[in-house]
Design a protein around this ligand. Structure first.
Ligand code: PLP
Length: 387
């Protein structure tokens, strides 16, 4: 018998990092040294008090059954409370919040909820691959790239976006892969554009807490945003909980309700004990300022950012440290794949920019998810390479 992928699935490339993971596994199997700065999965542990909250919640019978797919009321209340403290935004936990199995799941599933086959999906380019691939695969929509150019600080030129047939628009700041941040003025411009044209903004704020200067905004701070935006965030990057899979969607009640409806046919919610741990983690915020565990994390990434950006500058590769995220987006000579392959030949794994879209060509992304010793080693190796 022959098993064939659906036509829709055939149209999307393999997930960007799946190929990199295979290459890294092969190198490790051959006993070669690997300095992996490719994937955005922090090497730092989940803070022990959150681990303890998870362990004790799991031991309680009350937290061992199915959850509602939109999340338990206590978790949705904790998310609403966090929005109030962190961003000063009032959210109705009963209809403007949905729990997610990590923000990735929601970012893909929202297309299922809102997009019809043939509708346009506006996606930042370069951008997190789930927007252009996962979302179009789910819905049959057509991705239209919105360029993020260095000369505009990697923000889209809103006035140049063609809104024809667009149903949703993804935006992501602090940005992966460029590390760029968005001002309130930019967010207001985006909200005004979308609201006037019936486009739902799917705002990916997964790196809201990994910021080295001014705290990042929520798009929901902008007046009118609750009419036309859904924001996605998670505990993954903020609390080093990538493997625990807990995220949330917050925003326009009709869009959040539609997402919950999709999920009710697909999953039976997050384990309640995971939601308890997520609620505990969010409750560590007592106001706008991050708690000690988050500040410590951000401090580690800030030091790594300085070390790598200064090291690269010293060896003649010009780059500016990112103001946020744990990514450094570096302009290179020639093709991004050739540059990444050259580094791979020396055991250094980075992500070629073209993997994030055609406007990512000419760049590579370094993820600062390994310790300073590894970063120093990478600089030392690159110093003697002909790049
Ligand atoms: C921009 C962006 N959004 C969302 C995610 C997904 O994170 P999670 O599903 O763990 O919340 C990632 C993960 O790397 C990301 O880089």
């Amino acid at each position: 018998m022959r098993i064939e992928q659906s036509e829709r699935l055939k149209q999307i490339p393999p997930y960007l990092f799946a190929g990199i993971e295979i290459k890294v596994a092969q190198m490790r199997a051959r006993g070669e040294p690997v300095y992996d700065l490719s994937i955005g999965d922090p090497d730092l542990p989940t803070p022990s008090e959150i681990v303890k909250a998870l362990q004790s919640a799991m031991a309680d019978k009350e937290n061992q059954g199915y959850s509602s797919s939109k999340g338990e009321p206590f978790f949705r209340e904790a998310v609403a409370d966090w929005y109030s403290k962190r961003f000063g935004v009032k959210i109705d936990a009963s209809k403007e919040v949905c729990a997610l199995i990590g923000s990735k799941e929601g970012l893909a599933n929202i297309s299922n909820a809102l997009v019809n086959p043939g509708d346009r999906i506006l996606v930042p380019d370069p951008g997190y691959p789930v927007y252009a691939n996962g979302a179009t695969f789910m819905s049959g929509g057509k991705a239209l790239a919105v360029p993020l150019l260095e000369e505009y600080r990697f923000l889209p030129e809103i006035g140049k976006i063609d809104p024809a047939g667009a149903k949703i628009m993804y935006l992501n700041y602090p940005n992966n892969p460029t590390g760029a941040v968005a001002s309130r003025e930019f967010l207001k411009e985006a909200v005004d554009f979308a609201r006037d044209r019936n486009i739902v903004i799917c705002y990916d704020n997964a790196y809201s807490e990994t910021s080295f200067g001014e705290a990042a905004h929520s798009i929901l701070e902008i007046p009118g945003a609750l009419d036309c935006c859904v924001e996605f965030n998670s505990c993954s990057k903020t609390f080093n909980m990538t493997g625990t899979r807990i995220g949330f969607a917050v925003g326009a009640a009709d869009a959040v309700g539609a997402l919950s409806k999709v999920k009710s046919q697909m999953d039976s919610g997050l384990p309640p004990y995971v939601q308890r741990a997520g609620a505990y983690a969010l409750s560590l915020y007592k106001g706008r300022e991050p708690p000690e565990v988050v500040r410590k994390n951000v401090g580690v990434f800030a030091k790594r950012m300085k070390l790598l950006s200064e090291g690269l500058c010293e060896i003649g590769i010009q780059c500016r440290p990112s103001p946020a995220t744990f990514y450094l987006w570096v302009k290179v000579n020639g093709s991004s794949v050739d540059f990444a392959n050259k580094l791979l030949g020396k055991g250094i794994v980075v992500t070629p920019g073209v993997g994030f879209g055609s406007y990512g060509e000419g760049y590579v992304r370094f993820a600062l998810t390994r310790d300073e010793e590894i970063i120093r080693k990478v600089i030392e190796i690159m110093k003697v390479m002909d790049l």
